[in-house]
Each structure stands twice: as C-alpha cells, then as structure tokens.
Design a protein around this ligand. Sequence first.
Ligand code: G6Q
Length: 546
Amino acid sequence: MQGGVNGRPAAPPPPPRRAAWEALAEHQRRLADVRLEDLFAGDKERFQRLSFRVAGMLVDLSKHRVTHETVALLLELARAASVAESRDAMFGGERINLTEGRAVLHVALRNRSGRPMLTDGVDVMPQVRAVQEQMHRFSASVRSGEWRGHTGERITDVVNIGIGGSHLGPQMAVRALRPYADGPRLHFVSNVDGAAIHDTLSGLNPATTLFLVASKTFTTLETMTNAHSARTWRVTALGADAAVARHFVALSTNLTAVEAFGIEPKNAFAFWDWVGGRYSLWSAIGLSVALAVGYERFEELLEGAFAVDEHFRLTPLAENVPVLMGLLNVWYGNFFGAETWAVLPYDESLTYLPAYLQQASMESNGKSVTRGGQPVTWQTGPVVWGQPGTDGQHAFYQLLHQGTKLIPADFIVAAKPQHPLTEHHHILVANFLAQTEALMLGRSAAEAGDPAKSFPGNRPTTSIVLEQLTPRALGSLVALYEHAIFTQGVVWDVNSFDQMGVELGKELAKRLVPEVQNGAAVAGAHDGSTAGLLAAIAALREGRQP
Ligand code: G6Q
C-alpha cells in the first residue's frame, strides 16, 4: 500500500470499500510498469473510448495509466462507496454536511429547470429566485448609471471585500471573463494586511466607489477589519455616515450583523447556510461578476454549471465525467502514492483557477476523520497547485518531466481565443499539446544518448478543451471540478463540506490580537516559541533589539 498517513503506514478502508480497494492495489502492481504508448498501440480506439464530451467541453482521459480493468475496478469502488446515492442525497437536500448539520445545495443556485429543490420538505427555489431578481435589478441599475453615489455621481469602481470562499470565486470569474467586462472596474481586497486595502483605495475616488462586503458569517476578522477601514475612508472623504447607504452593500447570511454594520436591509443580498463558502460563487457572492459582465452573463455562468449538474446527476457512472475524474485522483493518490495534483490552464484568463481549485479541493477533502468520526488510514485530498502555461514550462515543469515524483496534471485550453492575436494562440496550443505528449512519451537514455537528457515519461495528464472561455464554459468547467471533488470525498468517506481547520485559524487569531496590540503575551497562554516571537516583534516595533 502506497503512502503513509500521519506518520503511520497506510491501510485500506474497511468494508464496503475494502474489496474493491484491495483489487485496485493488486491491479496497480500489475500495471505499474505498463507504458502509456503501449496502451495506445494496443488500442486504436483508445482516444475515442477515453475522451468524453460534456457541456461543450472535450475531456480527454486517454493519457492516464488505466485500462478497461482499471476503470471497471474504480467504478466498483465508486459503487461500494455509494457515490451515486451520496450524489442523490446532495441533490435531494439531505443534511450531508454531518458535522454542521447542514444540507449542501449550491446546485439549487444554478437549477435552471423550474423543478423545486427541497430541503426539510421546503422548496428553496422561491428564495433563490427572489435574491437573483434583486441581484439582476441592482447590477443593472449600477451598470446603467441609474444608481448614483452620495454626491450624485455614477459608480465607476466596485471593491469586493471578502476572503476565502467570499473572494476566490468572484476574483477568479471576474478575471476569467474580462473579455466580457463592460461595467464598472472591479477590485478585490481579501488580505487583512493593510497594504491590500490601502493600495486599492489610494487609486480610487470615494464618490464613485461602491463596496461589496462579502461574508457569509459577517464576522470574519479580515473582512470586517477591511470593511471598517473602507467605511472610515468614505466617511472621512465625504463627511457623513449617511454616505455609507449609497456606497456599501452586503452579501451575507447574517442579516442582523449586516444591519449592525450600518448597511440597510434593502442593500443586503442574502444566501443561506446550505451554501458552503467555497461553493458560493453561484450565490449573492457572485454579485461582483454580475456587476462586471452583466446579469445575463452571470446567468450564462449558472447555465453552464447546470448543464454539468444534469450530466453528473443523470449519467451512468461509467460515462460520468466528473466521477471518472474524481476516481483518477483516487487512483494516483491511493495506489501510486501521488501526493499532489497540478492544474495548468493554458489560458491567461484562468490565472486564478488553480488557487480557486486549491481551496475547493483542499478545504473539502483535506480531512483525516471519516464521516463516522474514525481516523482514516488511507490518503485523502491531494495538494493542489498550478499556474497558467506556458510560464510554468520555464520553471517548475522540469520536475514534472524529470523529477522523482509522479504528479498527475490537468491541462486546460480553449480552441478559440478571445483576442485577435491568432498566431499567439497557435503557439499556446502547440505548447499545450507538446507538454502532455512529452510527459507521456518521455525519451529513453538510449534515444537521448545521455541519461541526463532522458525523460521517464508515462506521466499522466487530463486534457480539457473548451471551445472558447465563455461565461457558460467557465460555469461548466468549475462545476466539473466541484463534482469530481465531491466524488473523491465520498470515496474517501470524508465530510467534504465542513472546514474545521479554517474555524480554528479564525479563533486563534482573534485570541492573539489583543496580545499583539499590547505587545505582551498573556502569561502561560503560549508555547515558548510563540511567546518569544511575540516579544521579539513587540521589541522591534519599539526600536529595541529582541
Ligand atoms: C469556505 C470557507 C472559508 C470562508 C472564509 C470567509 O468554504 O468556509 O474560506 O469562505 O473564511 O468566511 P465568510 O464568508 O464567513 O467571511
């Protein structure tokens, strides 16, 4: 069995997963030395058989170290783990987020079917539609100039203040859809480091700037600190607390805290506890996207996601692309000892996609306790990382090609660019193709004539080809990953929908803030290192040597 867990040797999960798991381990031993080029040579239809079309995307899984038998065994594992039943429980509004006792219904936010979606017997769709209408009206009025600032000027700049799930999705989508941007300029402030809000505000005019305070809980230290600084900046410039009304809106589930901050209820856009932070792009948290590109485009994003939701919900597991993608991650993570997974979009517009997926995956599946509360003895979520190609080719791809680690990688490209520089796009696509081919084929020492110039090859990749990076395509792409991550979580038997690690960070920082302010640790409250660091920082701040 590959890969230890928390310093202990890995062991297979108990029944009902165990039999399929052990069969996969045995199968992996037989397949470990089989080369991808031989699998292609032995099956002329391999590309056709292992590449899939879903919601306008082509997803090629043929460059993976799998045979018919591998896929069959992985599907057996998915069945043993009740992937289909768990998926149906999510769409059925069951409280599958067990530790927080919540349903997981972000799919309702992009339900374009007119079908009700129930949780606890209540259809959530009327409230979803009401907020969507509010977002539509509001974004249209800001974009048309009907909505004016306190001094009667039109809004030219919008700052989204949020962090984690209330930041990464909107930032990723607004950047990805920049070719469609025809509204106010969007800015994103997440870090509590004062440099972030300070630098952003220094280029802006308080009379024409609108703030979106994006926070599910409306208590997150970073976001509330940034929101208060933004409010002070406004009030200082325009001299009236009343100025807040025309310049601040809130995106939150905590409407009481929103009002306490001074934002009028009519300027609050609600969502609900069944929308996880990292799945909230589709909710009111997406308001920045609607402001940047227009509500109609935001709806296209939802429609793209809906198309994949329908595929995930209705397609048999053997043809279900997010399920297969999720299972491939299990295959490498649990049976080849792969610890990381790279996301490499050949698209500058997808600059923030790796960071977005890093949260989506690592916060969801970076767990070591099962849904039944037992410690896991098998590997769970991989380290997710990446950046747009071709830049990485001149940097970290060296390790992908010749390093000692097996790193499955997803390559993403659009067939048609969003700019007129066709020649650039041809070069980009050529690089996209060259890399996955080279990773697969490698080059033997004999062929290279020098071991240092040889490449082991046999390195697995997924290629995802979009026709063009439209709002719809982006919605589909993100939903594809969400459901692949869901599938992995079910197979690993973890709750993909809580984030106790994030909660801990929030608590610890809050406790330390007064100590940093006072420059002194509470006696006995910390370990020696933390107390020492706190004292050293306080000394340096006062110009003393620690
Ligand atoms: C996401 C996480 C986390 C969260 C942020 C911001 O799933 O829970 O990233 O989104 O901590 O939280 P608020 O939206 O409550 O400010």
